[in-house]
Design a protein around this ligand. Sequence first.
Ligand code: BEZ
Length: 307
Amino acid sequence: MELRHLRYFVAVAEERNFTRAAQRLNMAQPPLSRQIQQLEEILEVQLFQRDSRPLKLTETGKFFYAHAVQLLAQTSELESMTRRVGNIERSLSVGFVGSTLYGMLPKIIRRFRDENTTVELSLHEMSTMDQIRALKDGQIDVGFGRIRHEDANIRRVILREEKMIVAFPEGHALSLGKPVLALSDLVNETLIIFPKAPRPSYADQVLSAFADRGLKPRRIYEVRELQIALGLVAAGEGISVVPSSVYGLKRDDVSYKELDDPTLVSPIIMSTRMLDESPDLRELLELIYRLYEEERVPYAPRNDAGR
Ligand code: BEZ
């Protein structure tokens, strides 16, 4: 039995008339009648009641019709899914934590769109932990976050370790003194951290940096996001330890200082589903390394072997 037999049978069963079915199928009536006869011979059953006007299905014919309709629907679904896998319809859904917007993310997205015009790319702001869940649910295809979270189903590539720097209100005594500061210089200040939720987040990386060195800031002020932290720094509410890409924001009312310890870093991590070998993801990763080379951005030793 061939797929065409199913199409012909379904058309006749639905039209209940050979002439109309033949018109619907754009064919002559005699070959259509022969195909239905052939189908009954192959199955060794009678599908239509003899000499009924309009045509009526037998009980066997009704059973066959219900399954034939399903099979044809599955066939067209298979057609569209295969087109998608075959890259006729391509899409890439990207999750990112807000702070990566101050780094290379905008350039990466623009370049990817320019070079891959047939890929429909969508962006979704979400925490690193939400990215892991969204990857597993199939809501995103790739996530850019900062938390080193182990999961057997997720592949992580550490792209680079971004230095932490300190943001001060313009004119703050510490911003006018030594060119490079130690974390211990900051303990008498109010430390503004972000994001307050969900946790763990970049806020915990900053808190761990102090705790690991046996230091405790005088006061902690938790806020929702980086832009609010910088606004409060500008207002003189405290200081904030931020990823160095924030330096590019160049606000008149905020000044930045480097820290003396090279281990004070926050990683940028690309996460994907462990088994996803999509060429679009490979292309995205290669594009990121190309941009790092072009812009002379120091990156972590490549740990993406086998991608
Ligand atoms: C980066 O700043 O290096 C970066 C940000 C987002 C995605 C990938 C890389």
